[in-house]
Design a protein around this ligand. Structure first.
Ligand code: HEM
Ligand SMILES: [Cu+2]
Length: 581
């Protein structure tokens, strides 16, 4: 209680001195910082998509000269691949769902006036922004962007002489990742403290919307995972520039003995994937929380199995730290170790399946409203299941060994990690836009956007499973040169055309977003008839979120179709209709 009063008081203090710079640039307001993260991710996703289009073009027309860019060489393909993967994973999927929407809505949904540490919050954003600029700078330095993929495996990533882009470009890449980790760690501390300390009266942990649970557990994962990646990054930087050999064994580069010996490339793989697997959940947990929220709101039903959902989020978080070895079945690990990792990976399918069944259980018998946020939430479930289904296959070392360096994996992770989370981001945008900007987005444009994106992503990524089984290697640019892949060229062309159409349709979204900010229909305070706290306050919310008073919570977050209630929903703050659930 005392903490909350302090926060309210403090937010008024920093409200007083608001010039333009304080309000919109170096803002301490979690809502502005949330928007800053969101728009950073929005520019990043368009950069990432553009790079993917260049890759797709190169794959089917390897010697075409593009205006301004020229011919894409094989090594340029690897740079595009590295930067596409890195930008998408870090600056889109880690940034928008947590830094963007989490920042904006966590404090409001738990009835707080701001995050626990507003200055730290501002710093987190600016460090992340700096990391983004440093990453982009890698394109423009001598040698260009690095070749080592988003996973940065040494010795390639550790030796500046190992290839074009592995000089200054790779240094910038590592520095950017390290900066990103610092931003993510500060932000994780803020999310954890805010969730534990800043909840308003009546908002017990088990009354929190599942979005808040997801942001909370994501922050805990971030705290544990980014710390490890940060350390690994510093060691890599030392190997590159200070003559150490943490990751580099005795190797020759172009016939020359490198000046390193005794290091272990496997050490990097362990450290990287100890971060990298939880990272998948950092990207997807917020989307899971949101999806739970939306299927309940738009089915007008309480979420099926709230407690099971909370325990599933927690156990996904825990198990997520015990499976990293499934990325290393090829590394020569003992079959007993591989078996243990395989078993843990299968185990993580259980809470994931519980979540999926509960989403379906919520939909079952609901009075479903197919508004755009709901379409994208259902799209999320669809992508999650389609991508997830190949997971248990890849979890078997005997199958993973032939499949792991092929397009099968590219198909698998794009669906479950990439596109599923992107669907979550879209659902969140359509759902919360009215609260953030005070206007509605165009529903008909949103529907066009949904169908193009939904069908388009399946058209791009489903055939990749087949390419993989036919033996198409991943991270390989010269497919038209290989005889055994000739028969697959028509399928490759189809994928590239689908990518063109899907990427073009994202401009419908972009147009809808900016057009609606200016000219959308005015939104009421609670256009979706939802129960959580953000819908009890003004649209857009005032600087201190609730206009000087602090809400008191009486009900759980999913009281829809409550028997005997005057409306088909009971707000969390409604003291008169204390729900029976
Ligand atoms: C328009 C949609 C997208 C297209 C057409 C696309 C296409 C591609 C292509 C062609 C590759 C290279 C495959 C190879 O040669 O091995 C790739 C790799 C990758 N993509 Fe995407 N992608 C898209 C969206 C995304 C999203 C949303 C994410 C977010 C996670 C993502 C993450 C990655 C990662 C992590 C890699 C691997 C990079 C590496 O191997 O180091 N992509 N993508
Ligand atoms: Cu994994």
């Amino acid at each position: 209680m005392a903490t909350r009063e302090f926060a309210v008081h403090e937010s008024h203090t920093h409200a007083a001195s608001q010039g333009f710079i304080r309000k919109w640039v170096f803002s301490l307001d979690h809502k502005v910082i949330g928007l800053q993260y969101y728009f950073l991710a929005l520019t990043a996703v368009f950069v990432g998509m553009f790079l993917s289009l260049l890759m797709r073009i190169h794959l089917i027309w390897p010697s075409v000269a593009l205006p301004l860019i020229g011919e894409i060489r094989p090594e340029t393909y690897l740079s595009l691949l590295t930067m596409h993967g890195t930008i998408m994973v870090f600056f889109v999927l880690t940034t928008a769902p947590q830094g963007g929407f989490g920042n904006y809505f966590l404090p409001i949904q738990i009835g707080a006036a701001d995050m626990a540490f507003p200055v730290l919050n501002m710093l987190s954003f600016w460090v992340t922004f700096l990391a983004y600029l440093v990453m982009l700078a890698a394109f423009f330095v001598t040698g260009g962007a690095p070749l080592h993929g988003w996973t940065g495996y040494p010795p390639l990533s550790a030796l500046p002489s190992a290839g074009p882009g592995e000089g200054l470009g790779a240094d910038l890449w590592v520095i950017s990742i390290a900066l990103f980790c610092i931003g993510a760690l500060m932000s994780a501390l803020n999310f954890i403290t805010t969730t534990l300390d800043m909840r308003c009266k009546g908002m017990s942990l088990m009354r929190m919307p599942l979005t808040c649970w997801a942001w909370f557990v994501t922050a805990i994962l971030g705290l544990l995972a980014f710390g490890v990646l940060f350390s690994a990054g510093i060691l890599l930087l030392a190997d590159r520039n200070a003559g150490t050999s943490f990751f580099v064994p005795l190797v020759t580069v172009n016939g020359q003995l490198a000046a390193h010996k005794g290091g272990s490339p496997l050490l990097w793989q362990h450290l990287f994937w100890f971060f990298g697997h939880p990272e998948v959940y950092i990207a997807i947990l917020p989307a899971m929380g949101l999806c739970s929220q939306l299927v309940s709101v738009f089915s007008r039903k309480p979420i099926f199995g709230y407690k099971a959902m909370v325990y599933a989020i927690l156990s996904i978080g825990l198990l997520g730290f015990m499976v990293w070895g499934h990325h290393m079945f090829m590394s020569g690990m003992s079959p007993y170790t591989a078996f243990a990792f395989s078993l843990m990976t299968m185990a993580i399918g259980v809470p994931s399946a519980i979540k999926t069944f509960n989403w379906l259980g919520t939909l079952w018998g609901g009075r479903i409203r197919f508004s755009s946020p709901m379409l994208f939430a259902i799209g999320f479930v669809s992508m999650f299941v389609s991508g997830g289904i190949s997971g248990p296959f890849l979890a078997q070392p005997v199958l993973d060994i032939p499949l792991h360096d092929t397009y099968f994996v590219t198909g698998h992770f794009h669906l479950i990690m990439g596109v599923a989370s992107i669907f979550g981001i879209f659902a969140a945008t359509y759902y919360w836009f009215p609260k953030m900007f005070g206007r509605m987005m165009s529903e008909s444009l949103a529907r066009w956007h949904f169908w193009f994106t939904f069908i388009g992503t399946y058209a791009i990524f489903m055939p990749m499973h087949y390419l993989g089984m036919a033996g198409h290697p991943r991270r390989y640019s010269q497919l038209t040169e290989l005889n055994y892949l000739h028969g697959l060229v028509p399928l490759q062309k189809f994928i590239t055309y689908a990518a063109f159409v899907t990427i073009a349709s994202q401009f419908i979204f972009l147009f809808n977003l900016f057009w609606s900010i200016k000219s959308g229909k005015k939104a009421s305070d609670n256009p979706w008839e939802a129960t959580t706290l953000e819908w009890t306050t003004a649209t857009p919310p005032p600087h201190d979120n609730f206009g000087g008073h602090t809400p008191v919570v009486y009900n759980g977050p999913y009281e829809y179709s409550v028997p005997g209630a005057p409306r088909d929903y009971v707000m969390q703050t409604d003291p008169t209709t204390v729900a029976a659930h």
